[in-house]
Design a protein around this ligand. Structure first.
Ligand SMILES: [Zn+2]
Ligand SMILES: [Zn+2]
Length: 184
């Protein structure tokens, strides 16, 4: 179980010039201004680069700058050591055991608390500005005319002709039968 030290690291990681130091039993021992805050210029670049929360599948368009290697462990306040995470996922990384690392190619890799990789979700398919119009145009280009009765069957209540149905469903059946040698 991760304790209040992790909570105070999350609070100190971003969003404040205030750092709280806790005693082993969880009391606030000190509130200071010694945190490595992210300067506004770097924050703008970070938002521009990450657009939103980088946690797989999230993408909320606002967030907090997370030090991938915490400054308390020697991690610098540099763009490569920062990732934008929403409040929820910032908590997941600091307090719920999720891990994030930057790979040598610059991509982020997230891992579940059990160490399994958390793959990024594929991006959403793009939807036309006017999807109904786009779909109709596509149908027209394919010669399809879809109207209210398109899905109505042409059946008028006749009895099922099993032989005909089998011929339709399995055209090979009719041919095979006629090609079979006659039996007594
Ligand atoms: Zn953080
Ligand atoms: Zn998020």
């Amino acid at each position: 179980m991760l304790g209040s030290a992790e909570t105070s690291r999350r609070l100190a990681c971003d969003a404040s010039r205030v750092v709280m130091r806790h005693t082993a039993d969880g009391r606030v021992e000190e509130v200071g201004a010694r945190t490595r805050t992210i300067p506004p210029a770097l924050r703008r670049v970070l938002h521009h680069r990450d657009k939103g929360c980088r946690f797989p599948g999230c993408g909320r368009p606002f967030g907090q700058g997370h030090h991938i290697r915490h400054w308390a462990h020697g991690g610098p306040t540099t763009l490569s050591n920062l990732a934008l995470l929403c409040r929820r996922h910032h908590r997941a990384v600091h307090e719920e055991g999720y891990q994030v690392e930057r790979l040598p190619d610059g991509e982020l890799e997230f891992r579940r608390p059990d160490g399994r990789s958390l793959p990024d979700v594929p991006s959403q398919p793009s939807v036309a500005h006017d999807p109904v119009h786009a779909l109709r145009a596509r149908h027209e280009s394919q010669g399809l005319w879809i109207h209210a009765r398109t899905a109505m069957p042409g059946w008028l209540g006749e009895r099922l002709d099993v032989g005909w149905a089998i011929d339709v469903l399995h055209p090979l059946a009719a041919r095979t039968q006629s090609e079979l040698p006659a039996h007594e």
